[in-house]
Design a protein around this ligand. Sequence first.
Ligand code: GLU
Length: 179
Amino acid sequence: MCGIVAVIGSRDAAPLLLKGLKTLEYRGYDSAGIVVLSGDKELHRTRAVGKVENLENKINKTQTKMVGNTGIAHTRWATHGEPSNRNAHPHISSGTVSIVHNGIIENYAELKISQESIGYKFTSDTDTEVIAHEIHDKLKGDVDLLAATLEAIKSFEGAYGLAVLSSKFPGRMVAARSG
Ligand code: GLU
C-alpha cells in the first residue's frame, strides 16, 4: 500500500519528506519519489526504484536543487505500469503541476485519450498521470489551485488520495480523497 507525505512551511522540505517516507516503509512499496518546489519557483523531482535509501542517495547527489520549503513525496505500490523510475510518483504535467496519488483511477484510459487529443504528452504507463494533466488543464486564467483540483476531480472515477502542488502557486498545497 502506498504512502503519501507532504510538507509546507518554513523548514527545508526534503529531509522531512524522506523522514516521513521512512516511517511509512512498513506498508510496503516498490519505488519512491519526491518533488520540492524551490525558491526559484521550479519543481525539482527525484525518483528511485527500490528502497527510500536509494532515493536518499540520489537526492544527496543533487542536493543543491532539492532545496525548498514545500514538497510532496510518495512510496508506490504499482497497480498500473511496472515498478520503474518513469512510473514512480510524483507525476508532473507541463512542468508546473505535480501530484502524488494513492489508489486507482478506473476511467484513466478514456481520460488519457481525450487529454492526448488536446496535446498532452504522457511520460508514464500509470493511471495516475491523467490526474496531473486534468488539474493542469483546469488551471486556466485566474483559476486557483483549489478550484482547478475541485473541477478536475469531477472527472475521476475510482478511489484516491492526492496531494497537489503547482509552481504557479508557491505556498499552496491541495489534498483530496475519495473512497
Ligand atoms: N495506481 C497508481 C500507480 O500504479 C498508484 C498506486 C499506489 O497507490 O501506490 O502508480
